[in-house]
Design a protein. Sequence first.
Length: 234
Amino acid sequence: MTAADSMARRLAAVQQRIREACASAGRAEDSVALLPVSKTFSADAVREAHALGMSRFGENKTQEIRQKAAELDALDLRWVMIGHLQTNKAKDVARDVAEVQSLDRIDLADALQTRLAAAGREIDVLVQVKTSPEESKFGLAPDALPAFLAHLAAHCPALRVQGLMTMAINSDDSAAVRACFRLLRELRDAHRSAAVPLARLSMGMSGDFELAIEEGSTEVRIGSAIFGARHYDH
């Protein structure tokens, strides 16, 4: 079996699991999008995934996006930043990234606004909220969300706020994982408005996305379950 055949089988298995989770939750099959997470995987792996119908790819580092985009410039790809961003990477984001799902600070929002305005661009963003007690997790504090949304509306017109993102606690306790996802949904329900409907909830990864779908996720971020085992060489 070729590498492409293996990826096709893994992708089909993930798509089937998404369909089953949607059915179990009483949701429409098309209510949950799939974001393949290509971080640490090669440009060739992205090319194989694109041949299987994927066009958006999640990455953690602007440098890796830049490198892959250069190798794959003949393809119509949209790069989605899902990793923690430093403000000094705002210029790279404004140049190369179609969407940011890890917006979590006012200084970052302001830096992106400045760079995007200079480039004459607007991008979709999701606000990352910290719903896990783990110190290693990034994200805006839940009680800071209303003021942050107000700042974006007043000062950052180049950032089109589409919804919220979170990473659940890394735990075998499904109740603890589920609580992280439920909190994000509750925050969305409490703070959405006609002007900012917060329609998207990006939550759930390879190990927990069925729970996320049950709790209302509209997009799951899947890496190893599609691309195979991840090797951190950089």
